[in-house]
Design a protein around this ligand. Structure first.
Ligand code: CP
Length: 302
C-alpha cells in the first residue's frame, strides 16, 4: 500500500498528473463528488493545524467519503502513553487512509510501517510537509505556468521550516532553478539540504538581506519563525521579527513576482501586502484542498 512520506516519493510525472487532476476537480467538482463513497479518512493531528487538517477533511467530504480522527494528541490515547505504532495499527482497522501530523520527525514513516493502509505525512516536526508542497506546486503551476527557469527566494526560518525543506526538494528536480536563502544566521538552511543541492549542481546563495535579494526573485516564499520549535523563549523573541515584508520592501520586486507563504503568518507579511495582486498565499490555501483531493484519489486508487 502506497504512502506519501516525502515529496520525493512522487515522481515529477506523478506530480504533473496530480496537478492535472486537481485542475479538473476545480473545473468539474460534481464529477468527483461520489468517488470516495464508503471510504473513511483518519485525520490524526498530534500537533495543531488549521489549513492542513481542515482541507484534508473538506477534501474527503467533497469526494463523498467520511472522516474520523482527532485534532490534538491529548484527546487520543497518546496522552496515556500509547506508541505511534500501536495507535496506527489500531486506526488501520477502522479507516481506509490516514493523514497524520506529528511533532516528531519520522513519526509518519514509522506509522506507514505499522498499518496496511496509505499514510500521508501532514507535517512531521521540522522535517517535511509534502502536501503543503503539492499545494505550493499547484499554485506555482497556475501562477507561472512552469517549474523550470525560476529564481526562488526562501525567507525566514529555514532551519526548522518543513515546508521550505520539502519545496526545495521538489523544485531541485527541475531545470535552471536558482535558490536564494534569506535568513538570520541562526536559522539558516540545514547543512544536509545544502549538500543535496550542491550534489545536484543547483545554484544557490545565502544572505541576510531581503531587500538586496528582491530584484532577481520570481517567487518569494516567506515563512514564520516558529515559536514551537525553539527550546529557549529568549531566542524566539530575539529572532521572531527578523523579516517583515511590507509594500515598501517590494518596490524593487519584479512586476510578476509571486509572493507565497504556507501560513499561518504572525508578523512576517504586513496585512497591506494582501491587497498586492502578487500575493498568492490565500491561493495556496484554496489549492491545498484540490490537490489533497487528487492525492486521496491517487492513493486510494479510485
Ligand atoms: N500550512 C500549514 O501547514 O498550515 P496549518 O499548520 O494551519 O495546517
Amino acid at each position: 500500500m502506497r504512502s506519501l512520506i516525502d515529496i520525493l516519493d512522487l515522481t515529477t510525472d506523478e506530480i504533473e498528473e496530480l496537478i492535472k487532476v486537481a485542475g479538473d476537480i476545480i473545473e468539474n467538482p460534481a464529477k468527483y463528488s461520489e468517488k470516495c463513497r464508503g471510504k473513511k479518512l483518519a485525520s490524526l493531528f498530534f500537533e495543531p493545524s488549521t489549513r492542513t487538517r481542515l482541507s484534508f477533511e473538506a477534501a474527503m467530504y467533497e469526494l463523498g467519503g467520511n472522516v474520523i480522527g482527532f485534532s490534538e494528541a491529548n484527546s487520543s490515547s497518546a496522552a496515556k502513553g500509547e506508541s505511534v505504532a500501536d495507535t496506527i495499527r489500531t486506526v488501520g482497522y477502522y479507516a481506509d487512509i490516514i493523514a497524520m501530523r506529528h511533532p516528531k520527525e519520522g513519526a509518519p514513516y514509522v506509522a506507514s510501517l505499522n498499518c496496511d493502509i496509505p499514510v500521508i505525512n501532514a507535517g512531521d516536526g521540522g522535517h517535511n510537509h509534502p502536501t503543503q508542497t503539492l499545494a505550493d506546486l499547484l499554485t506555482i503551476s497556475r501562477e507561472k505556468g512552469r517549474f523550470d527557469n525560476l529564481v526562488v527566494g526562501f525567507c525566514g526560518d529555514l532551519k526548522f521550516g518543513r515546508t521550505v525543506h520539502s519545496l526545495v526538494g521538489a523544485l531541485s528536480r527541475y531545470n535552471n532553478i536558482k535558490f536564494v536563502f534569506i535568513s538570520p544566521d541562526e536559522l539558516h538552511m540545514p547543512e544536509y539540504i545544502l549538500e543535496e543541492i550542491e550534489k545536484k549542481g543547483i545554484s544557490y546563495t545565502e544572505t541576510t538581506d531581503l531587500e538586496g535579494a528582491m530584484p532577481e526573485l520570481d517567487i518569494l516564499y516567506m515563512t514564520r519563525v516558529q515559536r514551537e520549535r525553539f527550546f529557549n523563549e529568549a531566542d524566539y523573541i530575539r529572532l521572531k521579527d527578523s523579516y517583515i515584508l511590507t509594500d515598501a520592501k517590494l518596490v524593487n520586486a519584479k512586476a510578476d513576482l509571486s509572493i507565497m507563504h504556507p501560513l499561518p503568518r504572525v508578523n512576517e507579511i504586513s496585512r497591506s501586502v494582501d491587497k498586492d495582486p502578487r500575493a498568492c498565499y490565500f491561493k495556496q490555501v484554496q489549492n491545498g484542498k484540490f490537490i489533497r483531493m487528487a492525492l486521496i484519489l491517487k492513493l486510494l486508487e479510485v
